[in-house]
Design a protein. Structure first.
Length: 291
């Protein structure tokens, strides 16, 4: 059986680098990024913000699935909502709108190329920030869980763009432009180790990161099964889903029930066990939240 050909955007970024060890073994890869790093000489330099998709469309030919991890950035411009689960946080930067509008353009160009080139599926890095308006409620005990039915709301341009990705993906998945482009959006939360010593001074942030942690092997599995599961049609018959990207965490407030049901996601790790020694040392308040 021939290996799937998978194209990754933002291939030199942190998230993509977590995937590459498994993906190199499993797939034939096409790696795209805005710049080619010295340690990834196979990366093809492409500016996905360019509306003339003829400049890079050829890279999508013969591809079975796209993993879209790229986003636009601008030095000195904050597009997210730092620590929105806390009572006090910085005000937003309205210039972030223009940066994230570029991110939306990139997502559209990727979907357009997939449509034009007959790519069957696009798996996009979304974020829990698509529903980050609810984080304050989650972490002060007024709300227990976000799942795939929670209405997407964000108070920042980063989350707004992620919601836009998901809605763009839905349009293409309905077959509005011909053959449906199947679309999965992964709302990744904390794809990095949780530093208990650094977070101990703020117990809310510490518990929040323990709730949202996803290990490297669980992240790899989530992407792999999103690429390989044959039938991802939802209840309306549209091949489109949003899954939260977390491990099987004891403290989690983001549901993975639909990822388990649709693609058979079976995370192997739990932040409570992975970081047990640090938790015993640094976690000093009771409960999952600070309520």
């Amino acid at each position: 059986m021939s290996r799937k050909r998978v194209l990754i955007t933002g291939a030199a970024g942190y998230l993509s680098r977590q995937l590459l060890p498994l993906f190199r073994e499993r797939y034939e890869l096409v790696l795209l990024d805005i710049e080619r790093p010295t340690d990834l000489p196979e990366v093809i330099e492409v500016d996905l913000k360019n509306p003339d998709v003829s400049q890079y469309r050829a890279h999508f030919e013969g591809v079975d699935a796209v993993v879209h991890n790229a986003r636009s950035r601008r030095p000195g411009v904050e597009t997210g909502a730092p620590r929105q689960w806390l009572d006090e946080r910085p005000t937003g930067d309205m210039e972030g709108y223009y940066v994230e509008r570029e991110s939306l353009d990139m997502a559209f160009h990727v979907l357009k190329c997939a449509q034009l080139c007959g790519v069957k599926r696009v798996v996009t890095a979304s974020s829990n920030h698509a529903t980050d308006w609810y984080e304050h409620k989650l972490h002060d005990g007024r709300m227990d869980l976000c799942d795939h039915t929670t209405y997407p709301l964000s108070d920042n341009f980063y989350g707004w763009a992620k919601i836009g990705y998901e809605n763009l993906g839905f349009i293409f998945a309905t077959g509005r432009f011909g053959q449906p482009v199947e679309s999965i959006h992964l709302r990744i939360v904390v794809p990095r180790p949780v530093d208990g010593a650094a977070l101990a001074a703020n117990q809310v942030s510490y518990k929040r990161d323990l709730a949202g942690y996803i290990s490297q092997r669980d992240l790899q599995q989530l992407y792999m099964k999103s690429i390989e599961t044959a039938d991802i049609r939802n209840a309306d018959g549209v091949p489109w889903h949003c899954f939260y990207g977390v491990s099987d965490n004891t403290r989690s407030c983001w549901s993975i029930a639909n990822a388990r049901a649709v693609i058979g996601y079976a995370p192997q790790d739990d932040s409570e066990r992975v970081f047990a020694e640090e938790i015993a040392r640094h976690l000093t308040s009771n409960g999952r939240t600070h309520a």
